[in-house]
Write a protein that binds this ligand. Structure first.
Ligand code: SF4
Length: 347
């Protein structure tokens, strides 16, 4: 059986491990420093670990399991990575914003949620990613940025997979990248995007996490959402909005609603007004996303005029919104597209 990766361990788990071995829990600080500040994973190079500690670490834990399969760079600087593990490939995207670099990671291999506009849903879920496999995606990008004197400032868990279908591992991942002895990415710079797994939204609310919550909404009515997102059959909008009100009552945090504008599907004034009514009362923020067309499923994006009009209607109805810039038009930028091509789903 393969060893658990050291990157799967939260700082607390590392402290517990060293304590269980009979050493000071302070060793966890030192190990985090090697892994995430110095970005060295070879235990034998860790000069402040004793021979006995190195030996225990080598016997118990594996290190890097991720390798690069393919890298595409867009003219706008967006980089898309296809990473491989022994049994699977996953995608990750690096984007450059005015505030710095943001990384969008995958949380599962494939996805079972079946959203009709999503290339990731073309490949069913093979398995969940471990916390360490998510951490390694970020670490790879962080290492790549070091020679540029840059760092990862922001993480979105919005790549392939439904994060709340892999709740424990995603929460461990967030704890690891957020920890002040490690990569120290602020909780408010980590966004978890869910298609609306209601029980997990309630659990997330009860646990009072400071990470940002985003909802992949994409339709303001049950009739339309049912046709786009099968999850809506299990958790219709009434239940989703109830859970979000509960989250807001417990956490008093902004909620981002992701809305992909699809031509002749969800892009009219009526849709914008229905959306504004739906999110009213929550501290809501709508992120309008231009669609990167996925050839095989027939959806198309809207032109800029339609997008701006939708934005205006929302703003007039008192809902804050942004129109996200298109990233990586000239590469396989749609979620899951690069991997789907590699696995032969697309020609
Ligand atoms: S949009 Fe997200 S939840 Fe929906 S199928 Fe794609 S990866 Fe899964």
């Amino acid at each position: 059986m393969s060893k658990k990766s050291i990157y799967d361990l939260t700082h607390q788990a590392m402290k517990d491990q060293f304590t269980a071995w009979g050493f000071s829990s302070f060793k966890a600080d030192q190990l985090f420093n090697w892994l995430y500040r110095k970005k060295i994973s070879d235990f034998d190079l860790m000069s402040d670990m004793s021979k006995a500690q190195k030996s225990l670490l080598n016997d118990t834990y594996g290190t890097t399991t991720l390798h690069l399969v393919e890298r595409q760079q867009s003219k706008d600087g967006t980089v898309k990575y296809l990473f491989g593990f022994d049994d699977a490939k996953v995608e990750c995207v690096r984007m450059h914003y005015h505030f710095g670099y943001s990384v969008c990671i995958s949380s599962q291999v494939g996805c079972n949620m079946g959203c009709k506009f999503c290339a990731s849903g073309l490949l069913k879920k093979q398995r969940d990613l471990t916390a360490g496999e998510m951490v390694q995606q970020v670490l790879y990008v962080a290492k790549e940025l070091e020679p540029l004197n840059e760092r990862v400032k922001n993480i979105v868990i919005m790549g392939t997979g439904e994060p709340f279908d892999n709740y424990e591992n995603v929460m461990d991942f967030c704890a690891i990248v957020n920890h002040p002895k490690g990569l120290e990415i602020g909780a408010r710079h980590i966004t978890i995007s869910t298609c609306g797994i209601v029980p997990k939204i309630r659990l997330f609310a009860d646990q009072h996490h400071q990470y940002n919550l985003a909802i992949s909404l994409h339709a303001p009515t049950n009739a339309l959402r049912d046709t786009l997102m099968p999850v809506n059959h299990a958790y219709p909008l009434e239940e989703l909005m109830d859970a979000l009100s509960y989250y807001a009552s417990k956490n008093n945090r902004k909620i981002t609603f992701e809305y992909i504008l699809l031509r002749h599907v969800n892009d009219t004034d009526e849709h914008a007004i229905a959306l504004a009514k739906l999110v009213k009362g929550l501290c809501a923020y709508v992120n309008l996303i231009p669609y990167n067309a996925v050839d095989e499923n027939g959806f198309q994006g809207v032109d800029m005029g339609v997008a701006l009009r939708f934005y205006d209607v929302l703003m007039k109805h008192g809902v804050k919104a942004t129109l996200r810039a298109r990233h990586g038009d000239d590469i396989d930028a749609a979620c899951g597209q690069l991997r789907a091509k590699r696995e032969g789903v697309f020609r």
